[in-house]
Design a protein around this ligand. Structure first.
Ligand code: NAP
Length: 313
């Protein structure tokens, strides 16, 4: 397999790069500033593309790679890949489902607790010596709050299970009702937002879910409600979110993802009712290693003519 060209779109994880290097002829796309020339010179030897949450195979890249057979994504979300183009051209697509579910759900609960109990501010309070001047202000209880989840899939279900342990009533919105779950279904996001204290976004980014969190949803959630986004930044109309927080129309926000990563609206930096994370939902050694092994396993299976581990297309 050493002669098979694999194009790695962005740095993902040293372990994955080393293992790809051992098995394939690896091209690191970021090492070639003249992208058009690079593609002209190497397009005919590249049979696989590996990308992740920030970089995927869009229509232009797919068109530029006539020998492309498989796109193996180091992520469960595939919003950066032109799936229709892949289907049209018979290019296989794989992602990394399941192995990251626990981490993202754990982090969601962490975000909720950090936001409601103001854990980051408490830590600063101790470090800065302010505790000696008096106790920290009272915060907000999590246990028993109503949690609404957009997207009751693998991650959404894992969040629901965890929130249940905090005695939180769970409700959800997705395109189809999940009768196998015992949670309350709302057929639209505004109704869900009107009926929960904590609204969690955990659905895939698609044309339909782009800006699924808009002014109407934020107003329905209200000044006591909080938004948690562990999906993708583009689920949220960010300028609208910022203005709702500045105007006190929304109680708070815990965000792992942003519209234009790694750029975060600076108005958020001065607010004490937000917790801001640098897209680290799946970022543990254990999970990222498992994700890398799935990427490698899918590529090897494909080129050995075996069934893919996690086929999407
Ligand atoms: P999944 O198992 O496919 O679940 C997705 C859920 O979203 C399903 O319940 C689906 O139900 C629902 N859904 C799909 N389209 C929808 C729509 N238009 N409106 C409302 N709900 C919709 O996916 P997963 O493994 O849980 O992952 C979910 C997403 O989390 C990923 O796509 C990714 O973007 C994000 N993620 C983020 C991080 C991070 O680091 N923050 C890490 C991993 C994943 P229906 O089909 O019935 O609508």
């Amino acid at each position: 397999m050493e002669s098979i060209g694999v194009l790695l779109l962005c740095p993902l994880m040293p372990y994955l790069e080393e293992e790809l290097d051992k098995r394939f002829k690896l091209f690191r796309f970021w090492n070639y500033p003249q992208k058009t020339q690079f593609l002209k010179d190497n397009a005919h030897s590249i049979r696989a593309v590996v990308g992740g949450t920030t970089d995927g195979a869009d229509a232009d890249l797919i068109e530029a790679l006539p020998k492309l057979e498989i796109v193996s994504s180091f992520s469960v979300g595939v919003d950066k890949i032109d799936l229709n183009k892949c289907r049209e051209k018979g290019i296989r697509v794989t992602n990394t489902p399941d192995v990251l579910t626990d981490d993202v759900a754990d982090l969601t609960i962490g975000l909720i607790l950090a936001l409601l109990r103001r854990i980051c501010a408490c830590d600063q309070y101790v470090r800065s010596g302010k505790w000696k001047q008096g106790d920290f202000e009272l915060t907000t209880k999590f246990s028993g709050k109503t949690v609404g989840i957009i997207g009751l899939g693998r991650i959404g279900m894992a969040i629901a299970t965890r929130a249940e342990a905090f005695d939180c009533p769970i409700s959800y919105y997705s395109r189809t009702e999940k009768p196998e779950s015992k949670y309350k279904y709302y057929p639209n996001v505004v109704e869900l937002a009107s009926n929960c204290d904590i609204l969690v976004v955990a659905c895939p980014l698609t044309k339909e879910t782009h800006h699924i969190i808009n002014r109407e949803v934020i107003n329905a959630l209200g000044p006591k409600g909080v938004l948690i986004n562990v999906g993708r930044g583009k689920h949220v109309d960010e300028p609208e979110l910022v203005s709702s927080l500045l105007q006190g129309r929304l109680g708070g926000a815990g965000l792992d993802v942003f519209e234009n990563e790694p750029h975060v609206p600076e108005q958020l930096f001065g607010l004490d009712n937000v917790v801001l994370l640098p897209h680290v939902g799946s970022a543990t050694v254990e999970t990222r290693t498992a994700m890398a092994d799935i990427v490698l396993g899918n590529l090897e299976a494909h080129f050995l003519g075996k069934p893919l581990l996690t086929p999407l297309v």
